[in-house]
Ligand binder design. Structure first.
Ligand code: APR
Ligand code: PHB
Length: 389
């Protein structure tokens, strides 16, 4: 088998890259280790920046998100028992769209199937070869048979635990990492959301986040110890803890009910440099992780593949490689800005076991300062709605 771009991983990064390349007439095949159902079963964040919406439109996968996505002009910050608001639209002219990553993935899968593009699911032992030379290729096993895909370029869109970054020689890559001393316990429940705007709450018992997937489906989180398992938390225990962490005006609006999904996620900041190794490019979680406070993960992945698809289009259609040569630098410049914002927002909103009472008061003082400074609110709003490509 031969293609122009071999994409490893059919998460949002790989699927969106495949769709954008196809629009430029560039052939691509995706090789994914899991089944399509497994990929669709992963529940993740749900806030899309304008740049991400534009890229999904460009990819021809934006129709349902425009019909069903919930447009927000701002978000809510709760601390010290009070409710505050950051007005995104007034400060930046931009809004965000609340639309689950699972739905983004589903829309991209549907568009890919309709375009008749090839995706290999359930590929075992995927490996990438020859990217330091002129003839890269990808191999895997399926049903006992050895498979090989020759290509011009490999796009490593295989997430944090993928094979692409791990295949780069240690001396050629540098990584930067911070692991946070807590996790997020998240639930999905078919109950009316407390707010159509996302609520980030700083509370002495820990952070809480109220998000949503539709006018009748809520996505709520509480900060929890890393050692907690979803089974440790009954629905009753979750609702009680979540309610305590909300200021009264929001707690009064809380509707509870049975959850149908419950999971604990660790929080991590991670960057790999560079994002190109010869004929291998990294994009999305394969190259960087942000803690979910600020909802940058999916948007950064979309930004990466937006840049990469344009650079590959220049290569094939205009025979110019300047953008390919500049991909890593440009992507990393956006990545580090989002890393800073996600780290800052995480640091401001969570209980850190080692920071004590002084640390907690410093958070409140900084949040007070934020709400007293128009310039600071504008800076936060600009970071939240995201950077241009
Ligand atoms: N071979 C083939 N596929 C692989 C391999 C491998 N060795 N390892 C992992 N994969 C697949 C995974 O099964 C997954 O479907 O690569 C895909 C990577 O998808 P994601 O982890 O969703 O990463 P990405 O597409 O970069 O999406 C970024 O997803 O996790 C969120 O916070 C993240 O929101 C951000 C977005
Ligand atoms: C979510 O809807 O799951 C969500 C929203 C905002 C975040 C993180 C997650 O910052």
């Amino acid at each position: 088998m031969r293609t122009q771009v071999a994409i490893v991983g059919a998460g949002p990064a790989g699927l969106l890259l495949g769709a954008l390349l196809h629009k430029h007439g560039i052939a691509n095949v995706i090789v994914e280790q899991r089944s399509a159902d497994y990929v669709l079963g992963r529940v993740r964040a749900g806030v899309l920046e304008q740049v991400t919406v534009d890229l999904l439109d460009e990819a021809g996968a934006g129709a349902r998100l425009h019909a069903e996505g919930l447009v927000d002009d701002g978000f809510v910050l709760a601390f010290g028992g009070q409710v505050h608001r950051i007005n995104l639209f007034e400060r930046t002219g931009k809004r965000v769209v609340v639309y689950g990553q699972t739905e983004v993935t589903r829309d991209l899968m549907t568009a890919r199937a309709e375009a008749g593009l090839q995706t290999v699911y359930a590929a075992d032992d995927v490996a990438v070869h020859g990217f330091d030379g002129d003839r890269p290729f990808v191999t895997w096993r399926q049903g006992g048979a050895e498979k090989r895909l020759d290509c011009d370029w490999i796009a490593g869109c295989d997430g944090f635990h993928g094979v692409c970054r791990a295949s780069v020689p240690a001396g050629a890559i540098r990584t930067f990492e911070k692991v946070y001393p807590f996790g997020w316990l998240g639930i999905l429940a078919d109950v009316k959301p407390i707010s159509h705007e996302i609520v980030y709450a700083n509370h002495e018992r820990g952070f809480a986040l109220a998000s949503l997937r539709s006018p009748t489906r809520s996505r709520y989180y509480v900060q929890c110890p890393l050692s907690d398992k979803p089974e440790d938390w009954s629905d009753e225990a979750f609702w009680a803890e979540f309610r305590v962490r909300l200021p009264a005006p929001l707690a009064e609006k809380l509707v509870t009910g049975p959850s149908f999904e419950k999971s604990v996620a660790p929080l991590r900041s991670f960057v790999a440099e560079p994002m190109r190794f010869g004929r291998l490019f990294l994009a999305g979680d394969a190259a960087h992780i942000v803690p979910p406070t600020g909802a940058k993960g999916l948007n950064l992945a979309a930004g990466d593949v937006g840049l990469l698809s344009r650079a590959l289009a220049e290569h094939y259609l205009e025979k110019r490689d300047a953008a390919l040569d500049d991909y890593s630098r440009r992507a990393l410049a956006r990545v580090w800005k989002a890393e800073r914002f996600s780290w800052w927002f995480t640091s401001m909103m969570h209980r850190f076991p080692d920071n004590g009472e002084f640390g907690a008061r410093m958070q409140l003082a900084e949040l007070d300062y934020l709400m007293s400074s128009s310039a600071a609110q504008t800076a936060v709003a600009e970071n939240y709605v995201g950077l241009p490509l």
